[in-house]
Design a binder for this molecule. Structure first.
Ligand code: ADP
Ligand code: ZN
Ligand code: ZN
Length: 820
């Protein structure tokens, strides 16, 4: 009998492909193993064995596999089951999922690139007795050429089957595979300088200065340290001291060598920061204990529980207790967080408690580190707790007991591009169900759909209504901008109320956070004569003015030109900027608070490798007085000394063209507000708006989640939106506008013949052209009594038919299930 295998190839192809295997290979084969298979003319791909059988394919002759790459499965049966579910639910292919699910180093193909491992000294290969011939030849080639493609190695070794050689070399630590640009991620500790303990008093100064008679620079540095110390009570960083004293590293180093200065680090973990010695033990307060009991009882009836806990109520501590129980039962836990909330703060907190049981799976980690975590989870060798972002639902769990989805309202759990367009929260619930495990959704501001599930008795519910340690919730007030403008009380974009509050807070030595959801200086440059605003030539948007480099930029494609002083349409000199972004706020602040440290946190200032961490730790260490930023500020950060949070303009949030705009505004404002006053003193939140009577803003100030929920749900019912209706969005993209119009009309008509109602569009989205591609959407709304599976089958049939029409071939079609 001859044997065959069906494999999943990492390409966006509908079917699995069948290859033949020899009897000897058949004996070693198991489902979930990686095999190298030839594909197309000359390509070889790493694929996953999904089925072993003895039925030859009907339509083509099965090619033999090139080689087996594993001794035991790399992909588990649970993973294959999850991939199948995702492919069916989100209407994508298993190949697309495979590409997202496995670290790329496990998926070598002909185009894969390798490089020498930085820890292996490639100059010693002649002495290295552990190398076999193939390894020696490859490393020799890498000496001359730092990168090699697998296809090039095929020529060097003059044999076809080389994937196992490459895999083995990676495992031995000789080479790196598919290393991306993001190298190892290690948060850096900032260096601080202080006077050594035995010189700590002023009386020592004259003697010290004398001893530095012939070292002028060192003397200067010493004097500077004294004056800085007198001015501020804060720690003095090496960087500041160098700048202020105008000296180099070596000057400071000499002083350290002489034991006059001492270098030290500030540990950023706030549990130790508090000097709390019992940090490794957690005693829940009564509210937390009750919430924990409610969760446990809830889990007896429901596999999913929603924990609604106000910001700073100590949800993490409740998670930790739950996780502890799961660990004791010998099971694994997955702790999911939005990428940006995956901070060193939180990781440190869990590591302090669980030690090396904690594994972190993070896109900032290198490919090799991700492979390591993957293997640990697969083999159960280390770490029962995985903390990670969205994609960690793809790890090869063996015995999952619990999934915690923290900040579960966050929209970034949904992947928009590329496929698979999955929602990690919803997929996590399905994954947990395979193991009969529980899922806990935690947040201060539940999404409308999660809370709806509680109301429908699909999820259990628990609550934490008090901040931990009797910290009082911040006082939230609205500032009427219209009124302030009429009374001429505005300075730039600051109302008198906000400005006074900032001054007062700074006087008390506390910190301020200001939130503005637009980056750049101002969104639009407009001509007062003809009304023209410079547009991006590639996208359907106006260019944004960036002051620091005096450019006009497109935030969608990166197009930029120099700032214009004359109107490009009519030549008039009368051009003004409209609207405002974080950069403008920062500029205004600098003018008003010259002696204060003001920093900005948005996409533009956090591009560098450690830029984000640097700002955070500088803020924690109180080197920054005012931090201006976009939504980045709202995510899971816990700063001790923030007394005031200001929202520069709430209206731009509320006016967003999206059915969830109001829900999102509520969540965002409550989360931003939660950054204020996390210690004994009550924090203050000021929200500037032109619409102080807007329902959502009223609900934010009175903390009326339930009311917000009820009103939003009524609206969703009325306008047929989730969670009362499901949605599938079909997006068309093409450079040819006419063709796209024609194609999208065709498919809309096709769907209208099937689903008589609830087919909307095709319509242009708010931004109808991006990177020279026109976009149009069809929206299909699905009532709850309509079969989801059948609807999807029809949607898919329509797309397949569309793709088979020759004249539409240049139009890209993207199907997005639950596109929100
Ligand atoms: P949330 O995630 O709900 O916003 P956190 O878990 O960050 O709140 O808790 C807020 C603060 O209170 C943290 O500094 C945390 O260390 C502290 N805290 C909460 N619960 C406890 C506890 N049971 N024992 C000691 N500290 C706690
Ligand atoms: Zn003009
Ligand atoms: Zn553009």
């Amino acid at each position: 009998m001859s044997f065959f295998i069906d494999v999943i190839v990492p390409l966006p192809l509908e079917q699995r492909f069948t290859y033949s295997v020899t009897d000897e290979e058949h004996e070693r084969l198991q489902i979930g193993m990686r095999v190298a298979v030839p594909f197309g003319k000359r390509k070889v791909y790493t694929s996953i064995v999904a089925k072993i059988h003895s039925t030859p394919p009907v339509r083509y002759e099965a090619k033999p596999v090139e080689e087996l790459l594993d001794e035991s499965p790399t992909v588990t049966a649970y993973q294959l089951k999850l991939w199948k579910w995702i492919a069916d639910y989100y209407l994508c292919t298993e190949g697309e999922i495979l590409k997202s699910a496995l670290p790329s180093a496990l998926l070598i193909e002909s185009e894969t690139v390798i490089e020498p491992h930085p820890d292996y000294d490639i100059n010693t290969i002649d002495e290295d007795k552990h190398l076999n011939d193939s390894e020696y030849l490859i490393l020799q080639a890498l000496q001359k050429q730092s990168l090699l493609k697998i296809s090039e190695i095929t020529l060097i070794l003059d044999r076809k089957t080389i994937f196992p050689v490459i895999n083995a070399m990676a495992e031995k630590g000789l080479i790196l595979i598919n290393q991306e640009l993001n190298k190892q991620y290690k948060p850096k500790l900032q260096k601080y300088i202080k006077l050594s303990d035995h010189y700590s008093s002023e009386t020592e100064l004259p003697g010290l200065l004398e001893s530095l008679e012939r070292a002028n620079k060192q003397k200067e540095a010493l004097l500077k340290l004294f004056s800085l110390k007198a001015q501020t009570k804060k720690p003095i960083s090496l960087k500041v001291l160098k700048e202020e004293a105008g000296v180099s590293d070596s000057v400071i180093k000499s002083l350290v060598d002489k034991s006059i200065f001492e270098e030290y680090h500030i540990k950023k973990d706030r549990i130790q920061y508090d000097g709390d010695s019992s940090s490794h033990q957690i005693n829940l307060n009564d509210y937390q204990t009750e919430a924990l009991e409610d969760i446990k009882n809830g889990f007896n009836k429901h596999p999913v529980c929603l924990l609604q806990g106000v910001t700073s109520s100590g949800k993490t501590e409740v998670y930790i207790k739950l996780i502890e129980k799961v660990i004791r039962e010998g099971k694994q836990t997955l702790y999911l967080l939005p990428e940006i909330a995956l901070t060193t703060q939180l990781i440190q907190r869990l590591q302090d408690y669980f030690g090396d049981q904690v594994l972190v799976y993070h896109s900032k980690y290198s490919v090799n580190e991700r492979v390591e975590v993957y293997r640990h989870v697969l083999n159960g060798t280390k770490g029962k707790i995985v903390i990670g972002a969205r994609s960690s639902i793809f790890l090869p769990f063996q015995d999952l007991g619990l999934i915690v989805v923290d900040e579960s309202h966050e929209s970034s759990f949904k992947q928009f591009d590329p496929a698979p367009r999955y929602h990690a929260r919803d997929t996590a619930i399905v994954l947990a169900s395979f193991f009969k495990a529980k899922t806990l959704l935690g947040t201060a501001t539940p999404s409308v759909e999660s809370f709806h599930n509680v109301k429908q008795d699909k999820y259990a519910f628990a609550q934490l209504t008090r901040r931990y340690g009797n910290v009082i919730p911040p006082k939230i007030e609205l500032v009427d901008l219209k009124d302030q403008q009429r009374k001429q009380k505005m300075t730039g974009h600051f109302s008198e109320t906000l400005l006074n509050a900032i001054k007062e807070t700074l006087k008390q030595g506390q910190q301020v956070i200001l939130f503005q959801n637009r980056r750049g200086f101002s969104p639009i440059l407009e001509c007062n004569t003809c009304g023209h605003a410079p547009q991006c030539p590639n996208c359907d948007v106006s260019l944004t003015y960036h002051k620091h480099n005096n450019t006009l930029r497109c935030h969608y494609c990166g197009y930029h030109i120099a700032m214009q002083t004359k109107c490009m349409a009519c030549g008039s000199n009368d051009v003004t900027t409209k609207g405002f972004g974080t950069e403008q706020i920062e500029t205004e602040l600098h003018a008003m608070f010259e002696d204060k440290v003001i920093k900005r946190m948005d996409l533009d200032t956090t591009r560098g490798k450690y830029a984000y961490e640097k700002i955070i730790s500088a803020f924690e260490n109180r080197e920054i007085d005012i931090l201006v930023g976009t939504q980045m500020l709202t995510k899971g950060l816990d700063f001790r000394h923030v007394k005031l949070v200001g929202v520069m303009n709430a209206d731009s949030l509320l006016n967003f063209p999206d059915f969830r705009a109001h829900e999102r505004s509520f969540q965002l404002l409550v989360q931003v507000a939660g950054r204020a006053g996390r210690t004994e003193e009550q924090g203050q939140v000021l929200i500037q708006t032109y619409n102080p009577y807007h329902r959502i803003l009223q609900q934010v100030t009175t903390n009326s989640y339930d009311e917000m929920f009820k009103e939003q749900l009524d609206e969703r019912r009325h306008f047929k939106y989730p969670p009362l209706f499901r949605m599938i969005k079909i997006t068309f993209k093409s450079r040819d506008l006419n063709k796209m119009n024609e194609g999208s009309d065709w498919l809309a008509l096709y769907y209208r013949q099937i689903f008589t109602t609830n087919v909307l569009g095709p319509e242009f989205p708010a931004i109808s052209r991006i990177r020279n591609q026109y976009h149009k959407n069809i929206l299909i709304k699905i009532p709850h009594d309509q079969s989801l599976a059948k609807t999807k089958a029809y949607v898919k049939a329509g797309v397949d038919k569309f793709k088979s029409i020759a004249q539409f071939r240049s139009i890209k079609v993207v199907v997005n299930v639950d596109p929100y």
